[in-house]
Design a protein around this ligand. Structure first.
Ligand code: NDP
Ligand code: MN
Length: 386
């Protein structure tokens, strides 16, 4: 085996009340980065500022980070950081707010750098000359609080760029389940199935190792045992806490083992139709498990470890409980009309083949395989394995 590495945040604080850890921080100035309005509305932004004040840290807020954050938002945030000169960056919100804050951090540290210069994986210069980074996730899904990734959109050219840099792994992650407990049911379901997709893809990945499998397996177990409860009983704090931890555990696996076809196909169908990321993953998962089974014994390993008869069927049953449709054709979140589907299927399949996540899927799939999987997930047919 080649030399590998395993990177995660230095400190992870978890459990109800973990937010209080902000009051123990050492420093002078912090910038809080957040999304639209949810963190303000539920009082978490004020709580965070009060806790920083207790630590004698002066803070300002950069808010308004939009879902699928843009290069423009990132550059404006970096400029505000240069004016204020913080020694801590505290991102509090969903994956979008945390992703945007990570790249703002990079341009705060390196004001002369351009966005084009950080697109190539591994091209980002060293961070932490000016500030360190804390991530406080408000959704239990993307695991941006753990990962070396950030997804930034070039809105002029309609391109989503996955930025990859080991230095963007946060210094501290704070997992307080009180925050995601405010998510509405459909966001709980979609982000929760994103966690399942992260964990299952990290297990099946050709880059999976003994360092990543234990985290992924535990995340799968926690999602099977807690997602339905978190969805049906929004105030069940034990289920919320288990889902929040599962998200981070899956993140520890996939930031080091990468992902696979579920994400490749979800990225491209999301680009064409605008369907929510976690929802697309949830629909695709059972079909891709059935396709990948011919190339990987890792699904059998999961079935054995968790005492499951048929993993794909168990995912189908969970989707149905969460009111997630079995096919794209039946999905009403966006308009999946057949004429448009027929028009884009070839382009979408080729783009999915070239997605970086395809590189670590077992069995080197071909473009025809990807088209077959899309068709199966659109019409609800069985996936024909070669
Ligand atoms: P977003 O951060 O985009 O937030 C989605 C919506 O949920 C927003 O309207 C937000 O409102 C709301 N919201 C967030 N938290 C709460 C809460 N606790 N209560 C009520 N509403 C809430 O969602 P995700 O976390 O799913 O992040 C998606 C982004 O992450 C995408 O850009 C995706 O590409 C990226 N991503 C990043 C990865 C990584 O490793 N870095 C991996 C996978 C995806 P408001 O704005 O008002 O707060
Ligand atoms: Mn995902």
């Amino acid at each position: 085996m080649a030399v590998m590495s395993f990177s995660i945040p230095r400190n992870i604080y978890y459990g109800e009340g973990a937010l209080e850890k902000l009051s123990e921080l050492k420093g002078k100035k912090a910038v809080l980065v957040t999304g639209g309005s949810s963190m303000k509305k539920f009082g978490f932004l004020d709580m965070a500022q009060d806790l920083l004040k207790k630590a004698d840290i002066e803070s300002i807020i950069i808010d308004g980070v939009e879902p699928n954050p843009s290069v423009k938002t990132v550059m404006e945030g970096a400029a505000a950081m240069q004016d204020f000169n913080p020694d801590w960056i505290v991102a509090i919100g969903g994956g979008s707010a945390i992703d945007a804050a990570k790249v703002m951090w990079c341009f705060y540290e390196h004001p002369k750098l351009t966005f084009d210069e950080i697109i190539e994986p591994g091209s980002m210069p060293a961070l932490r000359n000016k500030a360190k980074f804390i991530a406080i996730p408000s959704t239990s899904g993307t695991a941006s609080e753990i990962t070396a990734f950030s997804v930034i959109t070039d809105t002029e050219n309609h391109i989503k760029y996955p930025i990859v840099a080991a230095d963007m792994v946060p210094d501290i992650a704070i997992l307080d389940p009180v925050i995601p407990a405010r998510m509405p049911a459909h966001i709980t379901a979609n982000t929760g199935m994103d966690v399942m997709a992260h964990a299952l893809e990290a297990v099946a990945s050709t880059a999976a190792t003994s360092f990543t499998d234990p985290y992924a397996l535990e995340a799968i177990r926690l999602v099977f045992e807690n997602l339905e409860i978190a969805y049906k009983e929004p105030d069940n704090m034990k289920a919320r806490e288990n889902m929040h931890n599962a998200s981070a555990l899956a993140g520890m696996a996939f930031t080091n083992a990468s992902l696979g076809l579920v994400h490749s196909l979800a990225h491209k169908i999301g680009g064409e139709f605008g369907v929510t990321h976690g929802l697309a993953n949830a629909i695709l998962l059972p079909y891709i498990i059935e396709f990948n089974k011919q190339f990987s014994d890792k699904y059998a390993m999961v079935e054995k470890a968790l005492e499951i008869d048929n993993l794909a069927d168990k995912i189908r049953a969970l989707n149905s409980t969460l009111k997630i449709p079995a096919t794209f054709q039946e999905c009403t979140e966006v308009d999946f009309n057949q004429a448009k589907y027929n028009e884009v299927i070839d382009r979408m399949s080729l783009n999915a083949l070239n997605d970086p996540c395809t590189l670590t899927n077992p069995g080197s799939p071909k473009v025809e395989d990807i088209k077959k999987i899309y068709n199966a997930a659109y019409y609800g047919a069985a996936v024909l394995t070669s």
